[in-house]
Ligand binder design. Structure first.
Ligand code: FAD
Length: 508
């Protein structure tokens, strides 16, 4: 089941277990049960601290991870390999007594949660966002006896997932009701459960010298550069890490041959924390105004003051904006092929968009689904030649060019797509089960209407020092009119904006 390398790695990790752990196993005679049993056998062989007992759980095959004298509520339904393997290792370590790596105030919030919380998360083993949720909810289950969590592999419990119309992973249920979709950290889950800090926690903050709005590569870089100048620096981020949290392999971050987005985001946060930077994560800015100082108002009503502001709010997926897109989001309309591709195994899907991301998505999906139809608005695909060559070699891909998507149809979930042939103006309908929208990004700058000048794409116009049209306000990264949108470019422009802001401070 596990190759030699993985076994060697695993036994090193298992040596870190502090106490005994009891795995209660519910197995049948099917193939997945056999795979699960052989994984559990290997675990028990690698560590004498792992004990195994047969039982009957709500789902078969599944197993729970418990202390010897107390059930934790952590259950893995299916075989947690692939992206979930780390979730299994962490669950074993944490249940054995190793402290989870979360801040003390988060631990306190989890321990203080009152009421019963039974979470269930549908995952796919190739989804890189799923382990974040699984690990967060497992930590919560370890720390609070009123919280339990079951990871459910949607490919193993296909009928169950289909009966609940789960068409995107991770999909999280709380006490039988949908709680959320997509990647969520412990802090985000706690905020959703009503533990978000309110305005009072920000009321008494002294004004900042540099206040960065946005916690992606640009914002992190700006905060580090500003803090290194010894000025009072704060950073507000709706979701620290930004787009790289949704990025799998990164191979063009110079000097690092290969990394993964969430890993890079964790390093960014660690680097920012090396300095005296006030990090205000999970906070969204909604207003910027120039008074005696700049004022940035947060969604929770708090107002932060600063002598200079650096805007680094990045960008988000562009919506196609047709009927059905919003209605069927997570019910067949998806934006992340890596995450949601496996759910459409053996089905017919469309990819809207013939640029690099659309064609990469189509190639990726063609290996999983039955058929992919690419719908491109322009008469030609815009993707790089090399990607087009790979695409056209695939037997299960159809490319429709010069086509305007009119509607994504469905009843309770997607059942088709309607497009207009722009040459003949004829309308066509294709029956299919999934639509992946891949038509680029849109800058997160709507909230700045009437403050700083933006171009027709909504990007903030900046000069060579990162300065915007409003003196004292700077911008960097994907939200600005920089020529290209890349991690290294965002970091560079974040540094420029911070140096520009510092220069502004010393001159004013
Ligand atoms: P973002 O990463 O978008 O970060 C914006 C930040 O602002 C986030 O923290 C967000 O939560 C926050 N924010 C937004 N609005 C508000 C608000 N109102 N208040 C508070 N905070 C707010 N680039 C590469 O170099 N190599 C790659 O391999 C690569 N692959 C990619 C793959 C994918 C799927 C995607 C989507 C992008 C990829 N990119 C890649 C591009 C790269 O991720 C971006 O260029 C980079 O992340 C931009 O950084 P940023 O800090 O400007 O913005």
């Amino acid at each position: 089941m596990l190759d030699a390398d993985l076994k060697a790695q695993l036994s090193q990790y298992l040596e870190m277990m502090e106490g005994d752990v009891l795995l209660k196993v519910s197995a049948g005679t099917d193939k997945v049960s056999k795979d699960m049993l052989s994984l559990i056998d290997e675990l028990a062989t690698l560590s004498s601290k792992i004990k195994v007992e047969n039982t009957e759980l709500e789902r078969t095959p599944s197993f729970s991870v418990n202390r010897m004298d107390e059930d934790t509520g952590i259950v893995f339904a299916g075989v947690p390999l692939g992206e979930e393997f780390t979730s299994l290792v962490l669950a074993l370590l944490q249940v054995s007594g190793r402290a989870p790596k979360v801040d003390q105030n988060v631990i306190d919030q989890i321990k203080n949660l009152e009421g019963d919380y039974h979470f269930e998360t549908y995952v796919s083993l190739s989804c890189h966002n799923c382990p974040v949720v699984v690990q967060a909810l497992n930590v919560m289950s370890v720390l609070n006896p009123n919280i339990s969590h079951t990871m459910i592999d949607g490919a193993v419990f296909k009928e169950e997932a289909e009966s609940k119309d789960v068409m995107g992973v991770p999909t999280i249920y709380l006490n039988g009701e949908v709680f959320g979709n997509g990647r969520m950290s412990v802090e985000e889950i706690l905020a959703k459960l009503g533990n978000a800090p309110d305005a009072s926690e920000f009321e008494n903050k002294d004004p900042f010298d540099v206040l960065v709005v946005g916690g992606g590569p640009a914002g992190a870089s700006a905060a580090i550069y500003a803090a290194r100048k010894g000025v009072r620096t704060g950073i507000i981020a709706e979701r620290f890490g930004g787009q790289i949290m949704d990025t799998l392999g990164i191979e063009n971050f110079i000097s690092v041959k290969h990394t993964e987005g969430p890993k890079l985001a964790a390093s960014l946060e660690e680097h920012v924390k090396e300095y005296d930077v006030d990090i205000m994560n999970l906070q969204r800015a909604k207003r910027l105004e120039k008074k005696a100082l700049f004022e940035v108002e947060l969604e929770n009503g708090a107002v932060l003051k600063s002598k200079t502001v650096i805007l680094s709010t990045g960008a988000r997926w562009r919506n196609v904006g047709v009927p059905g897109e919003k209605e069927f989001k997570n019910k067949g309309v998806a934006y992340c092929p890596h995450c949601d591709g496996p759910i459409f195994e053996g089905k017919h899907v469309a990819v809207i968009g013939g640029g690099n991301s659309g064609i990469e998505a189509a190639i990726d999906l063609a290996g999983i689904v039955k058929h992919v139809t690419v719908i491109e608005f322009m008469p030609e695909l815009k993707a790089d030649e090399v990607l087009q060559e790979s695409l056209y070699k695939l037997p299960n891909v159809t490319v429709i060019k010069n086509a305007q998507t009119k509607e994504i149809t469905g009843t309770d979930k997607v059942n088709g797509i309607t497009y207009i042939d722009r040459a003949t103006e004829e309308e066509h309908h294709i029956e299919l089960e999934g639509v992946f929208v891949q038509i680029g990004l849109v800058p997160n700058t709507e909230w700045l209407e009437g403050t700083v000048e933006r171009n027709r794409f909504g990007e903030i116009i900046i000069d060579k020092n990162g300065a915007t049209s409003l003196p004292g306000v700077f911008a960097a990264g994907d939200c600005a009119d920089t020529a290209y949108k890349q991690i290294i470019i965002s970091m560079g422009s974040g540094a420029t904006a911070a140096l520009g802001a510092f220069d502004h401070l010393i001159r004013n």
